[in-house]
Design a protein around this ligand. Structure first.
Ligand code: LMR
Length: 329
């Protein structure tokens, strides 16, 4: 009898070990924006696709709205393996030591997302993602947000209107130079801190695509908004390299497929989300919306010329030329 019990105990222990080996692979995906943004929705779509494609072997836990980490901390957390996946904006890779991504912040570099996609989906985009390898990171995809608007509590028509304004920027040297060229004083702040800083008057204004502005309620504390489309904001979806390389091959390829599908979805909804956000800002009635005129744009372009020179000096002429070649401009 004792022997039978022992055999039964051993059998159930080994079944337990089997069950343990099948414990789900958890991907913690942290991001800083609201769920109802292009990035937020695509993260949710990736979760659905990845969990289904892996037959339940993978569980994706999404932590939106800086719930776990703010801008800078989330990159450190990824490198330490505390989270496995992020989608930071391309403006935020400089502090990681891959400043070339800041080229995407160059004012008026892309006329539209068609031109942008030619860069991200071509050799320039691929080479940039490869640079992340030495930082213990694998770049999986580029996601869109859109073109930025500029906001403040005074009208922003001509460069002279920026004089002395404290404007929030992401931690990008190109954005720093951009704001200085317009005569403003750039203030680096984490995304999650922008609303409070605007409300309390610590800063005067900011720039972001409408979907970010609206979902953080920034329009409620910004009286004026200029639709300037002076710069682009997009993302790279990235994973911890050690985690990624350590995945069983079959799982990795099903996650790659899920990412491809989530990316197609993301790119299809980004523009519409931004249009809807702009409409909602208009309806809220708190912000005067001004669409930049051709004459105003010419003045901004002129004022922003020094940014081009700074980028060429710091990031290299070749990179800019490769981008111009890809976009055919
Ligand atoms: C910002 O900090 O303004 C944006 O990068 C936030 C985001 O992730 O879209």
């Amino acid at each position: 009898m004792r022997i039978i019990l022992l055999v039964l105990a051993l059998a159930s222990a080994s079944a337990g070990a089997g069950a343990f080996a099948q414990a789900p692979i958890v991907i913690k995906f942290s991001h800083v924006v609201a769920i109802d943004t292009p990035k937020g929705q695509a993260a949710e779509r990736f979760k659905q696709l990845a969990e289904k494609a892996s037959g339940g072997r993978v569980r994706v836990e999404i932590y939106p709205n800086s719930q776990l980490y703010k801008d800078k901390e989330e990159l450190e957390a990824l490198q330490l393996g505390a989270v496995q996946m992020l989608a930071p904006s391309l403006a935020k890779f400089g502090p990681l030591g891959v400043k070339e991504f800041e080229v995407f912040d160059l004012p008026y570099l892309f006329p539209d997302t068609v031109a942008l996609n030619k860069v991200t989906e071509g050799p320039v985009g691929r080479d940039l993602l490869k640079k992340l390898g030495s930082k213990g990171i694998v770049g999986l995809a580029y996601w869109d947000n859109g073109f930025k608007v500029m906001s403040a509590n005074k009208p922003l028509r001509m460069p002279a209107d920026f004089k002395g304004l404290r404007l929030r920027i992401q931690a990008s040297r190109v954005l720093d130079v951009q704001m200085r060229a317009l005569g403003a004083s750039p203030q680096v702040l984490a995304f999650s801190e922008v609303y409070d800083a605007l409300q309390s008057g610590v800063i005067d204004g900011t720039e972001n695509p409408p979907s970010n502005l609206y979902t953080q309620h920034m329009h409620l504390v910004q009286k004026y908004l200029t639709v300037s489309r002076h710069g682009y904001l997009g993302y790279a979806v990235i994973v911890n390299k050690k985690f990624w390389d350590g995945l069983p091959g079959g799982i990795r390829s099903s996650l790659e497929q899920a990412m491809r599908e989530a990316t197609t979805y993301e790119k299809a909804i980004a523009q519409r989300d931004n249009d809807l956000a702009m409409e909602a800002i208009r309806k809220a009635g708190k912000t005067d919306i001004h669409v930049q005129t051709a004459q105003e744009q010419a003045a901004w372009r002129e004022a922003l010329k020094p940014v081009q020179a700074d980028v060429q000096r710091r990031l290299g002429k070749d990179l800019i030329e490769a981008i111009h070649e890809a976009t055919g401009r």
